[in-house]
Design a protein around this ligand. Structure first.
Ligand SMILES: [Zn+2]
Ligand SMILES: [Zn+2]
Length: 316
């Protein structure tokens, strides 16, 4: 009878062999043999043509993933840069005396680009074999249903990532760890959109695990009930969430003002200003549950009182 170790060794060998095989050139000519393109929507058709055009599923997913990441990261940052540069909406700036300079924005862009190409690019490229290993549908069309499959999965990913982020982020603030890794992200006490991914490579890696690990685990546990398009939608939403949380602006129409569980900039800006508390990424539930938002509530209440007193003084 094979020992547990022998069994583990066999399983590991199979996994590694599958991984290597999936990174090698593969034949896409027959991938869509039974698919009728007239029954697909324009996005599904474009998806199919992309995989056929590139001719290698690993390369096709790799290029598409990196391009989506860069397009949405900088695309989402642009309006925030413009707002800071033009001085619009100053009345909604959370730390209204601290507008980032063009030099700060440029330094931040260079750092983020360096991280994207050195730390994130290899991970993004290796994503396809990992996805295949856990049974995720990648090149397949049509896409899953938006209402019954994608939306519930996206809600679950937000919940899982938020818990991971809360736990790891709080750990990174521990005295013995802070100065080695997380200090980099706290360079800016008044954050701006681009600073969302301004972090030490180890932080990018560990927090990135919360973003990618949840969906991969779910996919594996559900027997492959997930498509790459859901993963992309999740990544884009998570990128927008992180950038908006660092924007430094709280508008009356911001999501947190009509969806009370959402953290948003108003919550995360406090964390950067005070270097403590409000450790979550997307939601407020864990900070509320573990009481790490008490000083934040007291501070915001005090600010509100001061504002009201100032307004009363002006009108009298
Ligand atoms: Zn922090
Ligand atoms: Zn931050």
């Amino acid at each position: 009878m094979a020992t547990v170790y022998e069994q583990l060794y066999t399983n590991a060998t199979v996994l590694v062999t599958d991984f290597i095989k999936s990174t090698q050139a593969n034949d896409v000519a027959n991938l869509y043999a039974g698919v009728d393109p007239t029954r697909l929507n324009w996005l599904e058709q474009a998806w199919m043509h992309w995989y056929q055009y590139i001719g290698n599923t690993t390369v096709a997913t790799g290029i598409m993933s990196f391009a989506i990441h860069e397009f949405f990261y900088f695309g989402r940052c642009l309006p925030w840069m413009l707002i800071d540069y033009m001085g619009w909406f100053k009345q909604y700036k959370l730390q209204d005396t601290k507008i980032p300079s063009a030099k700060q924005q440029w330094e931040c862009t260079k750092y983020v680009l360096k991280t994207h190409f050195s730390v994130e690019l290899p991970q993004i490229y290796l994503f396809h074999p990992l996805a295949v290993m856990v049974g995720m549908k990648t090149w397949e069309v049509p896409f899953p249903s938006l209402w019954t499959q994608m939306l519930p999965q996206l809600a679950l990913f937000f919940f899982l990532e938020d818990f991971w982020h809360y736990t790891v982020h709080q750990l990174m603030h521990h005295r013995s760890l802070y100065k080695y890794v997380h200090k980099v992200h706290h360079t800016y006490s008044a954050p701006f959109g681009l600073a969302a991914e301004y972090a030490h490579p180890i932080e990018v890696l560990v927090l990135g695990l919360g973003t990618v690990g949840g969906p991969l685990l779910y996919c594996w546990l559900s027997g492959g009930n997930m498509h790459l398009i859901t993963m992309y939608t999740w990544i884009v939403l998570r990128l927008c969430q992180a950038i908006d949380a660092h924007s430094g602006y709280d508008f009356p129409w911001s999501l947190q003002n009509w969806f009370p569980l959402w953290a948003g900039a108003e919550h995360h800006d406090y964390h950067h200003e005070k270097f403590t508390d409000c450790y979550s990424s997307s939601l407020r539930i864990w900070d509320w549950a573990f009481g790490t938002d008490k000083r934040y509530h007291a501070y915001r209440a005090q600010q509100k009182e001061q504002k009201a007193a100032l307004a009363a003084k002006k009108s009298s």
